[in-house]
Design a protein around this ligand. Structure first.
Ligand SMILES: Cc1cc2nc3c(=O)[nH]c(=O)nc-3n(C[C@H](O)[C@H](O)[C@H](O)COP(=O)(O)OP(=O)(O)OC[C@H]3O[C@@H](n4cnc5c(N)ncnc54)[C@H](O)[C@@H]3O)c2cc1C
Length: 455
């Protein structure tokens, strides 16, 4: 978590030789290019640019030795819930660990390091006719997304990114390196798929890629004078669509005198123009169509939207998220009010459902398998967004942590249902008893769950 600088600063001289070689401190040129993340400014005492798992091990042991210092793990630097920079502490930066191996020709499993960006993964797999559903923005890092969920453009057909992870290599809080999969350390493998940032640093993922052809990609601008009705109609279109269709709807406040519009982006996993046209029709008619474009493009094209250059910390986000099974008229009215009263300046509702629900809720630490939608909003102030989201909360069915910055304790219980949270906390006590890994939806090993009160 971003906090004020601690009193005793860590200096380069206190580092082991291997870490001195990869450390960036405030005295170094280019420090300013590495201190911030996509959203947050930061002023860490030490940024450790790991090149291999041994550096990761040394960095974790350093952090464990200095429990009073903030410790942030960074892969792509696009954390929202994850505070991957800090003030006065240690940042373990994995950007240079970005190797993407050739996919196994038999299984399609590909070994990917955490610092790779999803656009690079998509480009690397494309010549093999393969792809991995990740998110809607190609600059996001593999490490942060594949330890939390991953709701991407093929989510309804392929499930979450974590559903395709077959194994992870990790450095744990005691500095040991392990490989976890369904057979070896299955508890850890379960926890990593949804709450990974609490358990260690993933230094490599093995992910099963799937055959991916070109896709139909449509961007529709729809009149949204009645935003609530549009949300309901768009939701109905999505729930009725086959799994090869994934869509998202974006709304923002309307400047005075401008028409109220929504942006509906939809991906159809098909190369056939006729089929694409047919499957897009319900989305085009969810409201009055103001503008449209539709193309058949390689899958990588739809996430080829990366801001170039180093992160500049665009500003502390006040982000709120949820998951819901259905878009009811009540919920839709609530979202429309959120925009009308000016508190939120960005609202997006993404697709879940389809293949996400094929995985049993108890199979991974991400448990909201019956949710069909992932709404999220960015707002002007923390208190304002708390007030608005608290008002809407009775309509929600849980929380997708990666789009949430509210760190009030109740959020943890919304992200993880009681049995999941109790199991996670038990594992946290054995894998990270001193809470070395705490920069993202922290499950405090000293915390007590409801089930422990009653037993
Ligand atoms: C513009 C934008 C678009 C997005 N779109 C989507 C989307 O479509 N779908 C979706 O599901 N999410 C999306 N996200 C959310 C994104 O998945 C998370 O913010 C994710 O954590 C970012 O990963 P990162 O590696 O880039 O971030 P980082 O800031 O590097 O990491 C964030 C946190 O993840 C943890 N972490 C990072 N690397 C590791 C590792 N190797 N081992 C263990 N823990 C680690 C740490 O707790 C860290 O603080 C989006 C975010 C942004 C900013």
């Amino acid at each position: 978590m971003t906090t004020s600088a601690p009193d005793r600063a860590l200096t380069r001289a206190q580092l082991t030789d291997d870490l001195q070689a990869v450390a960036v401190t405030p005295q170094d040129p280019f420090y300013r290019d590495h201190a911030p993340t996509f959203f947050r400014g930061g002023a860490p005492a030490i940024i450790l640019q790991a090149r291999h798992a041994e550096h990761v091990r040394s960095a974790v042991l350093l952090a464990a030795k200095h429990p009073d210092l903030p410790f942030s793990i960074r892969s792509g630097g696009h954390g929202v819930s994850g505070r991957s920079t800090n003030h006065g502490g240690i940042v373990l930066d994995l950007a240079a660990m970005n190797d993407i191996a050739l996919p196994d020709p038999g299984t399609g499993v590909v070994r990917v390091e955490p610092g790779a960006q999803w656009l690079d993964v998509a480009r690397a797999l494309q010549p093999h006719g393969l792809g991995i559903s990740s998110g809607d923005y190609g600059g996001v890092g593999v490490g942060g997304l594949a330890t939390a969920g991953g709701a991407g453009w093929l989510v309804r057909e392929h499930g979450l990114t974590i559903d395709r992870v077959r194994a992870v290599e990790m450095v744990l809080a005691d500095g040991s390196s392990v490989r976890a999969d369904a057979i070896t350390l299955p508890d850890l493998f379960w926890a990593v798929r949804g709450a990974g940032s609490n358990f260690g640093v993933v230094t490599a993922f093995e992910i099963a890629a799937s055959p991916v052809s070109a896709v139909g990609y449509a961007q529709f601008v729809l009149a949204a004078d009645d935003a609530a009705q549009l949300l309901v109609d768009w939701g109905t279109a999505l729930e009725s669509a086959p799994r090869q269709v994934t869509s998202s709807l974006i709304l923002g406040p309307t400047p005075p005198g401008q028409p109220v519009v929504a942006q509906v982006n939809t991906v159809v996993h098909s190369e056939q123009p006729e089929e694409i046209r047919e499957l897009l029709a319900p989305f085009a008619s969810a409201g009055q169509l103001v503008q449209q474009s539709a193309q058949v493009v390689p899958y990588s094209h739809v996430i080829d939207n990366v801001y170039p250059g180093p992160h500049r910390g665009v500003g502390e986000p006040h982000a709120r998220a949820a998951v819901v099974r259905h878009i009811t008229p009540d919920l839709a009215r609530g979202f429309a009010e959120l925009l009308a009263n000016g508190e939120a300046h960005y609202f997006q509702i993404r697709a879940l459902g389809g293949a996400v629900a094929d995985v049993p809720a108890e199979a991974t630490a991400y448990a909201h398998r019956d949710a069909n939608f992932l709404p999220g909003a960015l707002g002007r102030s923390r208190d304002g967004m708390n007030r608005e989201w608290d008002r809407l909360r009775p309509n929600f069915d849980g929380l997708y942590p990666s789009f949430e910055t509210d760190d009030r304790p109740d959020r943890l219980a919304e992200a993880f249902p009681p049995a999941t949270l109790a199991r996670l906390r038990g594992l946290k006590r054995s894998y990270d008893p001193h809470n070395v890994f705490r920069d993202n939806f922290n499950i405090d090993p000293a915390g007590v769950d409801e089930s422990e009160h009653t037993s």
